[in-house]
Design a protein around this ligand. Sequence first.
Ligand code: ADP
Ligand code: MG
Length: 393
Amino acid sequence: MKLDVDVLRYLSKEDFRVLTAVEMGMRNHEIVPSELIHRIASLKHGGTYKVLKNLLKHKLLHHDSSKYDGFRLTYLGYDFLAIKTMVNRGVFSSVGRQIGVGKESDIFEVAKDDGTVLAMKLHRLGRTSFRAVKSKRDYLRHRSSFNWLYLSRLAALKEFAFMKALEEHGFPVPNAVDCNRHCVIMSLVEGYPLVQVKELQNPDTVFETILGLVVRLAEHGLIHCDFNEFNIMIDENENVTMIDFPQMVSVSHRNAQMYFDRDVECIFKFFTKRFNVSFEETPEESDGSDVDSDETGRPRFSSIKKVTGSLDKELAASGFTRKDQDDIEKFIEGDVEKDLDSDGEGTGDEGHILEASPDVNIKHFDSLCLVEQHEPIVTCDDGDEEEKQHQFA
Ligand code: ADP
Ligand code: MG
């Protein structure tokens, strides 16, 4: 998706007031009646109509008159609200090229005034599978707060909370900088997703590090649930950073064992296929923990002992509530079950659009041997300088 942030500079206070009015209306309406937008925005002299037209022109809103005359925010409209808030907070001041397209997110570089580059992840839950959204909608029908805005916001909130907690416990994750609506700002990982790496100097060491992470996470009460070559970043010194946390669950989840085994399996499969790592000699206690492994070297979930002060408990006590967790789990599990139904081994990450085939366009990049890089597709600079926080009277 093109994120033309230039438009942001030309949007007026009124534009944002109406955009925010639509957002507020969407708490209770999938399509917000025009009349309600007028009332919330309460612009003088019927000014809302003109503003709505402008917002439509820039594709920040979508007009729907199938049931009644109304509007809803587009992803772009929601992006603008989040970006504007972040810019006003001084978190960053410009948006650069897109660096990733996930199944349910878009990732961009953003920069601060001092030139520091950060990563911005815009969550887009429900983008790929209309069917999944629909079944989830059926499930959540009685909850008026449900829509993709709500789910994307939950995903961002969860990702932010988990990233912060993991970082505090010494896990190699990006630094969680800020979060607003469906948008998470984090440090930029200097590296590449493992899927893009063709060769490693020390595949055995990297493999053990990664497997050690799955075990250590479980000891801290958590399972990543999407631990695979798309969500592991690796730098030129072959240091590992894990990313992408909205689907994590507690080890007390009823399907914990299955999720854990699946994460382990993804890593084994990938390292066998890509790096020819063989596992017979994998030392059982390479990470210093006393976790048992089966005869193939795969750690046994049942032998993992939780450390005290587990993260799953800690997170349950954070801003991310039990209800939030239930809602998002229901949504994500639907997808997982669907994936499992369709090919028996869904990782949840098959939908990556920009992922390159490992055997084409090999590009050497210093010590790391990579497959072709993403094209930069978005450039722009500063947001609106004079606009300050838009508020309702
Ligand atoms: P999704 O949940 O949609 O899979 P991810 O968080 O996995 O999204 O991000 C998708 C891609 O974006 C990653 O594979 C990676 O290439 C890139 N990416 C994500 N976060 C960062 C980051 N902090 N630094 C650098 N690249 C990132
Ligand atoms: Mg991912």
